[in-house]
Design a protein around this ligand. Sequence first.
Ligand code: HEM
Length: 407
Amino acid sequence: TGRSAGVSTAGMRRILPPDVVERGRAPFDPPPGLRGGGPVRPLDLLNGARAWLVTGFEEARTVLSDARFSADKLRHHDATSPRPPQAPVAEREDGAFVFMDPPEHTRLRRALTGQFTVRRMRQLEARVREIAVEHIEAMRAAGTRADLVPAFALPLPSLVICELLGVDYADRAEFQERTAVGLSASSTPQEQIAARAELHAFMRRLVSAKRSDPADDLLSGLVHDADPPLTDAQLVDMALLLLTAGHETTANMLGLGTFALLEHPGQLAALRAEPGLIDGAVEELLRFLSIIQLGVSRVATEPVTLGGVDLPAGATVVIATPEVNRDPRHWPDPDVLDVRRARTPHLAFGHGVHQCLGQQLARIELRIGLGELLSRLPGLRLAVPAGQVPVRDEMLVFGVRSLPVTW
Ligand code: HEM
């Protein structure tokens, strides 16, 4: 199947006007084109199509919980999609359920949530800590300076997904290399296409291995427990969805989250002095950084009035998560990073039926990853001036390309 799953496809970026994506010298703040203005407003795309931008918290929540807005970008015409609206019928059979509506979505999602058991999460938590510690200790053993992205932020979530899918140790280097190239901002489109094709083949081999030789992992559970059973094509797509949705996102939260803390020394000091603040700090970093920039979108299946604006049937609605999560009607001083902030629900993991299925795991990775980093590297600081840290605002998942640090 030709669709690439997840929220990280770069295609839409090419049709977004620069002022809604480029951050300039204030990388932690939403791009200027998202700021101010009404909660729902037209957005003229570079391909001549018109979409609607939602920047209000309540309005965004309405879109994501109202069945008149569809996530099925193939069935309903989506002007922001780089792919043609009419897809071959065969593609409707696959498992990339982030692009489906209920009831199709419900069955596939339920098969997967059934595998995210308390026992499995607890086992994973122990492995997350081992992986985090291993990588930090390797950095320390190698010197006093490293690029945190390849040394820590990318391998941690990649190896966690290996654990989840039950990828053999012998195959992990190959898996990590393919994911790094396939999902990276610095690969060429040709390299990305080739790496994604190899990942697809990798997942096909993995699914057939789990069919004949099941183990105690999520993918084996999905292969053998789902009722009615899932097809190989669905299983491959679901495994790829977990990878694309769970790898780049978590990696960028680890890299960008560390950068944000280093650039807010008062907050960093509070967190070091009181490690118990880590849960709240992770929530606040998710809100403050809102790394899925404009990646959550829906199509209106009928005319809808939203935030006082009349949307026609077929309207593409783009949730401006970085601005939604700074809605001043919802948070006092929304532009301030405050690890002690009272907890208020945010939309960094989306909302409604598609709300992030891996959020519990993502929180575990961030809590442990950032926590171990701060406690094992007490002198952690940037190794270059902050202005020289390269950010990736051209991708749907915002983050840092590299983060040179010393300790
Ligand atoms: C969906 C964010 C980590 C798996 C989503 C959505 C968002 C999101 C905003 C909703 C997309 C939409 O409504 O169109 C994030 C962020 C993460 C993260 C910010 C890290 C900090 C993970 C992890 C996994 C994961 C670790 C799994 C290993 C998924 C899946 C969906 C999803 C499977 C699709 C759910 C559905 O369509 O029902 N994520 N995610 N995510 N996420 Fe995450």
